[in-house]
Write a protein that binds this ligand. Structure first.
Ligand code: HEM
Ligand code: HEM
Length: 190
């Protein structure tokens, strides 16, 4: 039986019900790319001189790409709730299914919570985000308060650091499925 799964998965095209639909694939990879850029920008910022224009630019890139995550996460979640996901692949142990469902749930929470916390940090610091070139200021949801800004920023940074591990685990799991288990898990998200 294991052989059948392996033969089936090495080359034969996937049926529509066995793979994620193209809009879900688009949202998955667009959001993954924005998250990588947001992380890279905030890491690079740490190496740039305080008060420099480049440092400010890195933070701006961080803020806008990460807000893009939130904007795309909304239609992505709606699509997920309306259309669902393809059925679990055959031959996956219960702990693999439980681990992947848990990781996916955490990643969905992250896509909403992390940008909101980042945005509220800015609000509490008294900074306003202005749409580049349009001079339109985004709304303030909370007022300026140093203590609040420090607390939210701490949570934002802690979650940001913790999710290197969750995202890393998720990406490595996909590669493990593809190269070691040789199943269709990665192919159905391509
Ligand atoms: C996917 C979403 C996001 C991720 C993964 C993320 C990740 C991070 C990380 C890892 C840090 C800590 C950097 C360090 O330790 O020095 C950070 C800091 C920060 N983030 Fe985000 N962030 C996201 C969304 C946002 C958004 C939407 C905003 C604002 C619009 C924002 C504003 C900030 C600010 C102001 C800081 C503090 C920078 C500083 O002054 O040192 N973040 N973020
Ligand atoms: C290189 C990085 C990544 C790889 C290789 C990857 C791969 C995959 C694969 C193969 C699936 C399908 C899993 C299955 O069918 O059981 C998947 C699903 C998923 N991925 Fe990723 N992913 C990556 C990055 C990310 C990032 C950065 C996020 C968001 C923070 C993310 C969030 C999700 C979510 C929420 C699902 C579940 C989709 C659903 O069922 O609605 N992924 N990923």
């Amino acid at each position: 039986m294991d052989n059948t799964i392996k033969l089936r998965s090495r080359g034969s095209p996937l049926l529509p019900g066995e793979r994620y639909a193209p809009p879900s694939v688009f949202f998955h990879w667009a959001i993954a790319l924005l998250i990588v850029i947001a992380y890279a920008a905030v890491i690079i910022k740490g190496y740039l001189p305080r008060g420099s224009a480049q440092r400010a630019m890195s933070l701006t890139i961080h803020e806008w790409t990460a807000l893009g995550v939130l904007v795309l996460a909304v239609p992505r979640l709606l699509l997920r709730m309306i259309k669902g996901a393809p059925a679990a692949l055959p031959g996956q142990a219960w702990w693999v299914r439980a681990g992947s469902s848990g990781a996916h749930l955490l990643l969905y929470l992250f896509m909403f919570a992390q940008p909101v916390l980042g945005y509220l940090t800015l609000n509490a610091q008294g900074h306003t985000l202005t749409v580049p070139g349009l001079d339109i200021a985004l709304p303030q949801f909370i007022g300026k308060d140093e203590q609040t800004s420090r607390s939210i920023k701490d949570i934002h940074e802690t979650i940001g650091n913790a999710f290197y591990w969750v995202i890393g685990f998720h990406a490595l799991a996909a590669l493990w499925h593809h190269y070691f288990r040789r199943d269709d898990t990665l192919r159905r998200m391509l």
